[in-house]
Design a protein around this ligand. Structure first.
Ligand code: ZN
Length: 372
């Protein structure tokens, strides 16, 4: 048997293990797709097995091979021909690519384990946020807890010598991330937190006990609990009714104001829940608007827990730059309308990925001081 030179042998081992990491990343990416699809719909991520969301037929094993199946089927269901979203392919490719990049940068190390978990969690958050405008707690709170545990067990993740300092730095980062974003959110809501919506054909609003229903005749009527719509004391809904009634009283021309606790009509007011049923039609209505969700605050806590306070500043600056650039581009391309929410989570996620690979180097180069 011919013996290979040592260098070649270790090189081919390296290529082999790189391929293993990529394939594993794609397999996990395929599971992430299940989470992205089912988590926001409160479905089990274990049962039932993979099936077509159109025709419901269970997939055969060879329809379920990450990356390859989607390509082989050209993005269509093998049974009914329904289009399968390219998101499935993109998530598998992103997770595989990121895992490979982490392996190339960190090698076999605690960093590899910690950051593979983090990027996979965050990819779920990113794609759920893009579609549903929410960041699941599994991602944000789960990520925060994972960050604290990793940094305690492997204090070198925070460039610390022992577990107590690792834990301390992680908690400082968590508090910095949550605190800073909470303040940004508070100011954002103060400045941009109210918006007057106009409806040419009028909008009908019903307040029954603690339920609120809004129907503009265009989209499906939305019914929600008052406390889910008016989340802070400052939040309110206000409009001048063109017609309608509260209990037996005619509303035409009266100003109606709903806060999380109180309904005010003209000079009268009731606690929400005890008020008579209100049915009103209006043409202009002032609604609260969250400039940023609480999910974004919790997401930044997770980043701080993993990477410390410096990463929080970096991520906040880079994500707002990314968000502004992409937002302006989308509006310029008319792919997006003013006033519609743009989720912020995906930009935070993207910025945190930049931090993992380049952040510490970039900030040290920029400020010329070591931050960790
Ligand atoms: Zn199908």
């Amino acid at each position: 048997m011919v013996e290979l030179p040592a260098a070649t042998a270790s090189e081919s081992a390296f290529v082999f293990w790189s391929a293993v990491v990529f394939v594993l990343g794609a397999v996990v990416g395929s599971f992430l797709n299940v989470c992205i699809h089912r988590m926001p719909r409160d479905l089990s991520i274990v049962r039932p097995g993979s099936h077509c969301t159109q025709c419901g037929k269970p997939l055969r094993w060879y329809h379920n091979i990450p990356l390859l199946s989607w390509l082989a089927l050209r993005g269509r269901c093998a049974f009914c021909g329904a289009a399968i979203s390219p998101v499935y392919f993109i998530v598998e490719l992103l997770n595989a690519g990121l895992w490979l990049a982490l392996w190339l940068k960190f090698g076999l190390s605690p960093e590899l384990a910690a950051y593979c978990l983090l990027v996979s969690l965050f990819l779920v958050g990113m794609f759920v946020d893009l579609e549903h405008y929410i960041l699941p707690d599994e991602v944000t709170i789960g990520g925060t807890v994972a960050g604290v545990i990793f940094c305690t067990v492997f204090p070198q993740l925070q460039a610390m010598p022992n577990w107590m300092d690792g834990l301390f730095q992680s908690v400082v980062g968590l508090a910095a991330g949550g605190g800073l974003l909470y303040i940004v959110r508070w100011f954002g809501n103060l400045m941009f937190g109210r918006k007057v919506h106009s409806f040419e054909k009028g909008v009908s609003l019903v307040l029954d006990k603690t339920r609120l229903r809004l129907d503009d005749g265009e989209e499906k009527p939305e019914e929600e609990a008052v406390k889910d719509v008016l989340t802070s004391k400052r939040d309110r809904i206000q409009f001048q009714a063109t017609s309608g009634r509260v209990g037996e009283q005619n509303l035409a021309g009266l100003t109606v104001r709903i806060s999380s606790t109180k309904l005010t009509v003209g000079g009268q007011s009731w606690p929400v829940g005890d008020a008579p049923r209100l049915e009103a039609v209006a043409h202009e209505i002032e609604l609260p608007r969250d400039a940023m969700g609480l999910g974004d605050v919790k997401l930044m806590m997770a980043i701080g827990a993993f990477f410390g306070w410096a990463s929080v500043l970096f991520t906040l600056v880079l994500s707002s730059v990314l968000g502004s650039v992409v937002g302006v581009l989308l509006i310029a391309l008319r792919a997006h309308q003013w006033g519609r929410p743009i989720p912020y989570g995906p930009y935070i996620v993207a910025a945190s990925f930049v931090w993992i690979f380049f952040g510490p180097d970039l900030t040290q180069w920029g400020l010329n001081v070591p931050l960790r």
